[in-house]
Design a binder for this molecule. Sequence first.
Ligand SMILES: [Zn+2]
Length: 175
Amino acid sequence: MTVAKNRVVSIDYTLKDDKDQLLDTTSGSEPLEYLHGYGNIIPGLERALEGKSQGDKLSVKVPAADAYGLRDDKLVTTVPLDRFDGADAVEEGMQFEAQTPDGYRVVTVTRVDGTQVTIDGNHALAGLDLNFDVTVAAVREANAEELAHGHVHAHGHHHGHEHENCDGCGGCGGN
Ligand SMILES: [Zn+2]
């Protein structure tokens, strides 16, 4: 069975940046399972997997624009420290969800300077070209519920969750 829309694909992968730095890997854990054709993984990787079969190995270089996007300087802003709940605890590297005109977005505190906090709403991998080594571990037809939800249900289990945000499902990797 080949990778195509409406099929559930399991992949083992290793992800490195252009400096050969390891960013992510499924090695030592379960393969990543996703529903193909629904934008559940980055577009460049989804395209490269189209038509592949179980056991196929591929190396894919995905330019930033086809991965997590280019960095957007407009997503970097400075806000007064006293606007934060628990301002005492705000430190560099903290991440939290902030409401933006585009909906909720994970932002990272990149600097705390006296009474000012710099936050960055770019994805941690924005602006990076990504190099994937991928092995297709399995391909199966999605079930009707998965198709209705637009994402995979781990091990085929039914689950209840709010459709608006899919909290707690995990099937879409939290997206
Ligand atoms: Zn679901």
